[in-house]
Design a binder for this molecule. Structure first.
Ligand SMILES: NC(=O)C1=CN([C@@H]2O[C@H](COP(=O)(O)OP(=O)(O)OC[C@H]3O[C@@H](n4cnc5c(N)ncnc54)[C@H](O)[C@@H]3O)[C@@H](O)[C@H]2O)[C@@H](O)CC1
Ligand SMILES: Nc1ncnc2c1ncn2[C@@H]1O[C@H](COP(=O)(O)OP(=O)(O)O)[C@@H](O)[C@H]1O
Ligand SMILES: [K+]
Length: 487
C-alpha cells in the first residue's frame, strides 16, 4: 500500500521546502533514471521543455545528461522572459554549459530516448494549438519516453486527459504519487511509475492510498474448523434469462472460501441445481436462510419481485453487497434509500460501474468520470455506504472521507460477468468474518491481481472469462494465505 497525494498537498510541501534546491534534485533524478533506460555509451536524447517549472526540471536534466557525454536536443515551448525564477535559472544553466535551445521541432533526430518536461502539476486547461501539436509529435516518436512528474496533458488529481496527453513508457514522479497516474486514463499514459521524494521526508498524512498488495487476509483457519466456521454467503438475483449472473457470484463466493453458499434466484423457471457446482444451494429468492453476508443484485432485473427482495435484504443486518440492478432500484426509490439510511453506517457496500454510479448520483457518466475520487466520495456520503466505483483504477471510498485506488487489473476484465465475480469475492470474504471494508479492499485488489495472473498465463486479456478469474483468485488467495501463515 502506497500513499497518494493530491496537488493541493504537494503544493504545500513545495512551499514548506521552498529554500531547498528541489528543481536541481528533480532534474538530477530525471537524468539518473534516463541513464538506466539507455544503452551504455553515447546516446542521442530529445528533451521537450515547457513554460513552467516542469520545463525547469527538463533543463536541469538536459544539463546533467550533456555532462555525462550524451547528445541532447532541447525543444523549448515557451519564452525565457516568462519562465518562473527557478526554471529561468535552469534555462540559463543549460545555455552556460553550451546547450542549445530550439523553438521549433527539429527536422531529424534519430534519438534513443525522449523526455517530456512540457507540463507537470501546473496544467490548468486543455492543451490546444501548438502545445497539442507538440504532444502529437512526441507521441508519434516510436521511442522510450520518460515523463517528468506526470505525462504532460494528464490531470494529476483525476487521470483525465486535458485535450491530449503524452503517452510515456516511464514516469518519474516527485514528492509523492499522484492519483491521476493510477485511475481512468492515467495508467495508459504513465507507463512504469518511479517515485523520487527529492530528499524530503514524506508528508505525514496521505490523502488516499494505492492498493498494490494483499494488505489484509482472512484469519488462519483452525484445524478444528468446519463449514459452519467458514461463514455462509447468500446471493439474491438471477431473474429470467439472467440466472448466470447470480450463479457466477455464488460460484465466486464458494471458490473464495465461504463455508456455505445459497443463491436465491428470482426466475421461477431457474434450475434447481448448478450442474457444474452442485455444492451451491439454489432456492427461491424469498427462501434464503440467515447468512453471514449477503449480495443482492447480479442479474436481478427491476421487477416488483426484485424490488421486494431488495427491500427485505435491506432489513437484514448481515453485511450487504449491493450491485447491478439493486443499485438501479435503489437510485429510483426513496423508500429503499430510507431503509438503507437506517442501517448501521459501513454495513453496506455499493459496487457501481460508472453508468450505475451516474444514476445513483443523478448525473451523467462523463461528469462522474471527470473526478472519480470525488464521485466515489459523493456516493459514500450520499448513501452512507462503502462505495466501490469500478473501472480502470477502481476507487473505493468511505462515508468518513477515506479513499483508495486499486492498482491491479487489466483490460481482460472488460467482459460480462467480471463484476458478478467481484461481488462474489466480497461476499465470500465478508462471510469469513473479514470486516466489510477490508473485504471490499482485498476483493478489489485480488480480483484485479487474479486477472493479471491469468494474463501472465496466456489466458487473456483477449477472451479472459469470469470463470478463469475466479479460479485464478482462488489460487492467489491460497498462495497469499500460505505465505502469510508460513512458520
Ligand atoms: N515548485 C517546486 O517547488 C517544484 C516544482 N517542480 C516541478 O514543477 C512542476 C510544476 O510547475 P508549475 O507549477 O510551474 O507548472 P507546469 O510546469 O506544469 O506548467 C505551468 C505553466 O504552464 C502554463 N499552462 C498551464 N496550462 C496550460 C495550457 N493548457 N496551455 C498552455 N500553457 C499552460 C501555466 O500558465 C504555467 O506557465 C512540477 O510538476 C514539477 O515537475 C519540481 O521541480 C520540484 C519542485
Ligand atoms: N480496463 C480495466 N482495468 C481494470 N479493471 C477493469 C477494466 N475493465 C473492467 N474492469 C473491472 O471489471 C469489473 C467489471 O464489472 P461490471 O462492469 O459490473 O461487469 P458485469 O456486470 O458485466 O459483471 C469491475 O470490477 C471493473 O473494475
Ligand atoms: K511532464
Amino acid at each position: 500500500m502506497q500513499a497518494l497525494y493530491l496537488t493541493s498537498s504537494l503544493r504545500k510541501l513545495e512551499q514548506q521546502y521552498a529554500s531547498e534546491p528541489l528543481m536541481e534534485r528533480a532534474g538530477h533524478a530525471v537524468a539518473t533514471l534516463a541513464r538506466t533506460l539507455l544503452a551504455e555509451g553515447h546516446n542521442r536524447i530529445l528533451v521537450v521543455a515547457g513554460p513552467g517549472n516542469n520545463g525547469g526540471d527538463a533543463f536541469v536534466a538536459a544539463r546533467y545528461l550533456k555532462a555525462w557525454w550524451h547528445e541532447v536536443t532541447v525543444v523549448f515551448a515557451g519564452q525565457r522572459a516568462s519562465l518562473p525564477p527557478d526554471a529561468a535559472h535552469a534555462y540559463d544553466g543549460w545555455l552556460e554549459c553550451g546547450g542549445e535551445v530550439l523553438n521549433t521541432w527539429p527536422e531529424t533526430g534519430a534519438w534513443q530516448l525522449a523526455i517530456d518536461g512540457l507540463f507537470g502539476i501546473g496544467l490548468q486547461r486543455p492543451l490546444t494549438g501548438e502545445m497539442a501539436d507538440l504532444v502529437a509529435r512526441i507521441n508519434a516518436l516510436s521511442l522510450p519516453m520518460l515523463a517528468i512528474d506526470i505525462p504532460s496533458g494528464l490531470a494529476a488529481d483525476t487521470g483525465v486527459i486535458l485535450g491530449t496527453a503524452v503517452r510515456a513508457t516511464h514516469t518519474i514522479t516527485f514528492l509523492g504519487r499522484k492519483p491521476g497516474l493510477y485511475t481512468l486514463d492515467g495508467p495508459d499514459h504513465a507507463g512504469k511509475v518511479h517515485v523520487d521524494l527529492l530528499g524530503l521526508p514524506p508528508l505525514p498524512e496521505a490523502d488516499g492510498t494505492l492498493l498494490d498488495a494483499p494488505f489484509t487476509l482472512p484469519a488462519r483457519r483452525r484445524l478444528n474448523s468446519h463449514k459452519g466456521s467458514n461463514g455462509s454467503a447468500g446471493v439474491i438475483g438471477g431473474a429470467a434469462s439472467m440466472t448466470g449472473a447470480a450463479l457466477l457470484t455464488a460460484r465466486a463466493a464458494l471458490l473464495l472460501g465461504a463455508g456455505r453458499v445459497y443463491a436465491g434466484l428470482l426466475d421461477p423457471a431457474a434450475p434447481a441445481l448448478d450442474a457444474d457446482y452442485p455444492e451451491l444451494m439454489l432456492r427461491d429468492a424469498d427462501q434464503l436462510p440467515t447468512v453471514h453476508a449477503l449480495a443482492v443484485g447480479p442479474g436481478m432485473g427491476r421487477s416488483p419481485q426484485a424490488y421486494a427482495a431488495l427491500q427485505q435484504a435491506l432489513a437484514n443486518p448481515a453485511p450487504l453487497v449491493l450491485d447491478a440492478d439493486a443499485l438501479n432500484l435503489l437510485a429510483a426509490d426513496a423508500d429503499l434509500q430510507h431503509r438503507l439510511a437506517e442501517r448501521a453506517s459501513g454495513s453496506v457496500v455499493i459496487t457501481p460501474h460508472p453508468g450505475e454510479a451516474a444514476t445513483l448520483l443523478a448525473t451523467d457518466t462523463a461528469s462522474l468520470q471527470a473526478d472519480r475520487i470525488a464521485s466515489a466520495l459523493a456516493l459514500a456520503e450520499r448513501y452512507q455506504a462503502i462505495a466501490l466505483l469500478k473501472g480502470c483504477g477502481t476507487v473505493v471510498a468511505t462515508p468518513d472521507g477515506r479513499w483508495w485506488i486499486n492498482a491491479s487489473g487489466n483490460p481482460g476484465l472488460g467482459s460480462a460477468g467480471m463484476g458478478d465475480t467481484l461481488t462474489g469475492i466480497i461476499v465470500a470474504l465478508a462471510a469469513q468474518s473479514l470486516p466489510l471494508l477490508e473485504s471490499t479492499l482485498l476483493a478489489a485488489y485480488l480480483h484485479g491481481a487474479a486477472a493479471d495472473a491469468a494474463v501472465a498465463h496466456g489466458q487473456g486479456p483477449v477472451g479472459l472469462t469470469a470463470t478463469e478469474v475466479m479460479l485464478s483468485a482462488r489460487r492467489l488467495l491460497n498462495r497469499w494465505l500460505s505465505t502469510a501463515h508460513a512458520g
